[in-house]
Ligand binder design. Structure first.
Ligand code: BEZ
Length: 252
């Protein structure tokens, strides 16, 4: 998550849905007392804390210093570290590695998987959810068209949203046997009512909008909203087309 200077308090106030949805992934992780669990892309630490509550020993890592600072303040008894998922070095003693809504920020999937595979014990599990193929496609397309129409510029996106077919061979190359994988639609209501799309783009869309000068921002945002409104504004809030890739793999 290195592209954005994350604002941890905006993230917690306006994007609480990220960890709320992550709770259903926790039931798949099914953490046990005494297990060592690594949470990659732990953000402000809410899910790490839930894992610790069952008596597991958790290390939470995130590349954002601001997120880790907030996590440490909220959960002072837990072990949070600023680390890059591509390069961290931790003892190879984890019973499970968990990651929710983080790995789509790192296009170098091969490096991440190679690295995390080393940290898992043989038989250990990797429980992952991330944006998958088709994630936020209409939001990205509306942004692409709006910036093209108003600025005559092309946008770049920082994300990697793989299909099952793209991601599972990477896991298998690094000795992780995929036992289940699913790509599913998860329409996601945004916080902040009628301003939901603007707030989302302020938090997450920095790279897409980087060529838009400050004085043009609100015109471009209004154009994006106009394109999305007929399909994605539901009476008093925005509901955006998220697609999740969720899988469980075991180190052999
Ligand atoms: C996601 O969780 O799918 C996501 C969040 C922020 C930006 C892009 C994707």
């Amino acid at each position: 998550m290195s592209v954005n200077a994350w604002n941890a308090s905006l993230y917690d106030q306006k994007h609480a849905f990220v960890s709320e949805y992550g709770k259903s992934l926790l039931s798949i992780l099914d953490p046990q007392a005494g297990e060592n669990i690594l949470d990659i892309g732990c953000g402000t630490g809410h899910l790490s804390s839930e894992i610790a509550q069952v008596g597991a020993s958790v290390v939470g890592i995130d590349s954002s210093a601001s997120m880790i600072e907030t996590a440490r303040k909220s959960y002072p008894g837990l072990d949070f570290r600023v680390e890059d998922a591509r390069t961290f070095v931790l003892p190879a003693h984890f019973d499970a590695i968990f990651s929710n809504a983080a790995l789509h920020w790192i296009p170098e999937a091969e490096r991440v998987v190679c690295n995390l595979a080393v940290s898992l014990k043989p038989g250990g599990r990797f429980v992952l959810e991330m944006g998958g193929k088709g994630n936020i496609a209409q939001l990205v397309e509306a942004t692409r068209q709006s910036v093209r129409e108003l600025m005559q510029r092309e946008i770049e996106t920082p994300w990697y949203f793989p299909s099952i077919g793209e991601y599972t061979p990477i896991l298998e190359r690094y000795g992780l046997l995929v036992r289940s994988a699913i790509l599913f639609d998860r329409p996601t209501p945004l916080e902040d009512g009628a301003d939901g799309v603007r707030t989302w783009l302020t938090m997450f869309g920095e790279q897409m909008l980087r060529d838009v000068p400050a004085e043009m921002k609100s015109v471009v945002l209004a154009r994006i909203e106009e394109k999305l409104r007929p399909t994605f504004f539901k009476s008093d809030r925005w509901v955006i087309g998220y697609c999740r890739l969720r899988l469980v793999a075991y180190k052999q």
